[in-house]
Write a protein that binds this ligand. Structure first.
Ligand SMILES: Cc1ncc(COP(=O)(O)O)c(C=O)c1O
Length: 495
């Protein structure tokens, strides 16, 4: 039996003592600092089998509290080996992202304050800082002031809310009457390129529009939405009695970071009075670099824009922003105010976050973004993004200069799509294609197994394609050189 109030244990009532909090808090900051400093000693990709961690943990919660020192020791002993280290500078898979010191501090403070930004009154600081930080970010990205921001957790959720607003903008009483059993409501249609992120289709499904409401538009040779095909699809659907209502353009598609032609898409949306939503989850951050601001040309005609500071703005997961030109419509789509939350004196003068989405309580996410923006400044953040793009171009140049490798897509940002393509003699095209796919898959798996880097893949024009995504705040030229060397070593061993 432990003695009450023993150091490191929970007291009989109340929270941890202030002395223990301070002591373990210092230890934890040391632990995090060591973790980040020595992260490269760890394998990027977790080297565990499914179920390995679960098997080491008790089946039920402890009846009596355990000492904090034992819990922290288990973080190190059990949790750490089961982590894939997203903060590792050689994490090049998916979209590489990273946290940053001011972002971590922001999360710590947000957990300490633990406010729920539902009403202005319940969290004035969170409500107002959100407006200020998003206004700063909007200006940094060169977006016009008609776009007002709101924070959600992920781009999937930001875009889903945009599609809900687009539906509400139709004025077809969907809020009041729903969509089912209505003879007066034709099939709604939303258009996005075949390279749009799966979250757009998920949003359509979540809102009960049905998979048939989602129409994919083909892309051109550079994976950009084919606007002729878009215009044709809309005309065709209208003739068939459907109700087009929204087009989603992507700036920086997931597989290869292509950029849909926003101006031409905006023309079509204007002509047909459709809601234009821009999904810039990954690449939106690049617009803070003055020479890349043009990626948002046309966004002045967009109804909404989603972007993720948690992807490429060194802000810890999660923080996604939806900029919307019609906050009143978004509010109409979601606001339900029960008696216990009725506002009194400040009624119409403040913004209440709960009115603009499905959540009631909302985390104080803006704090970490505000701290990141202040600590690095616009110039500092732009310099880091510019450097990532330089590293991507450098790697792409090595690929292009080598006879054994080829680029499979343009490199507008910090993502390189490529593959090994050594000469394979005496085979027909189909056999050669299958062997190249298998070769590239093996190269990727073997590089990942070394633990020294982590790459992922996609399929472009039916070719298995390796993706090198650069986005970590600590990634430097030496890491790019190392992955290039690793890839070449594995290729040489396999050919
Ligand atoms: C273009 C695009 N949109 C949306 C998403 C989904 O992002 P989230 O994980 O924030 O929902 C991604 C993720 O990579 C993406 O690349």
């Amino acid at each position: 039996m432990r003695e009450d109030n023993q150091e490191g244990f929970a007291p009989e009532q109340g929270d941890m003592s202030a002395e223990d909090f301070r002591r373990f808090g210092h230890q934890l900051i040391d632990f995090v600092s060591d973790y980040l400093t020595h992260i490269e000693d760890r394998p990027v990709l977790a080297q565990v089998e499914p179920g390995e961690l679960k098997a080491q943990l008790p089946k039920s919660a402890p009846a009596q509290g355990e000492p904090m020192s034992a819990i922290l020791a288990d973080v190190d002993r059990l949790i750490m080996p089961a982590l894939t280290h997203w903060n590792h500078p050689s994490f090049f898979a998916l979209f590489a992202t990273s946290t940053s010191a001011p972002g971590i501090f922001g999360e710590l403070l947000s957990a300490a304050f633990d406010v729920k930004a539902m009403l202005w009154r319940t969290a004035p600081a969170a409500t107002e800082l959100e407006e200020v930080a998003l206004n700063w970010l909007r200006q940094m990205m060169g977006l016009d002031e008609g776009l007002e921001g709101i924070i959600y957790d992920t781009a999937s959720v930001s875009s889903m809310h945009a599609v809900a607003a687009a539906r509400e903008a139709l004025g077809r009483r969907i809020r009041e009457d729903g969509m089912s059993g209505r003879a007066d409501l034709p099939l709604l249609r939303l258009y996005a390129s075949e390279q749009a992120h799966s979250s757009i289709e998920k949003g359509v499904l979540t809102l009960g529009l049905g998979q048939r409401a989602f129409r994919q538009i083909p892309t051109d040779a550079e994976f950009r939405m084919d606007t002729k095909a878009l215009a044709q699809a809309i005309e065709e659907d209208k003739r068939a009695g459907m109700l087009p209502f929204c087009v989603v353009a992507t700036i920086g598609t997931t597989s290869m970071s292509s950029i849909d032609p926003l101006q031409a898409i905006a023309d079509i949306c204007q002509q047909h009075k459709l809601w234009l939503h821009v999904d810039a989850a990954y690449a939106g951050s690049a617009a803070i670099v003055p020479e890349m601001r043009h990626i948002f040309d046309g966004a002045e005609r967009a109804d909404s824009v989603a972007t993720n500071p948690h992807k490429w703005l060194f802000t810890p997961f999660d923080l996604s922003v939806l900029y919307c030109r019609h906050m009143d419509i978004l509010r109409r789509a979601f606001s339900v105010v029960p008696e216990h939350l009725l506002r009194t004196s400040e009624a119409e003068t403040v913004r209440n976050g709960m009115d603009y989405g499905i959540q009631l309580g909302r985390r104080f996410r803006s704090l970490k973004l505000w701290m990141v923006l202040r600590y690095f400044g616009h110039t500092g953040l732009a310099a880091r993004i510019r450097e990532h793009c330089r590293l991507a171009r450098l790697f792409a140049a090595w690929v292009e200069e080598s006879a054994d490798w080829e680029l499979l897509a343009p490199v507008p940002f910090s993502l390189v799509c490529f593959r090994a393509c050594p000469r394979l003699e005496g085979e027909d095209e189909t056999e050669r294609a299958a062997r190249l796919d298998a070769l590239n898959e093996s190269i990727m798996n073997r590089v990942n197994q070394t633990g020294r880097a982590y790459l992922s893949h996609t399929r472009l024009r039916d070719k298995l394609t390796l993706r090198l995504a650069i986005g970590n705040i600590h990634t430097a030229e030496e890491h790019i050189q190392r992955i290039w060397q690793l890839l070449n070593e594995q290729k040489s061993m396999l050919t």
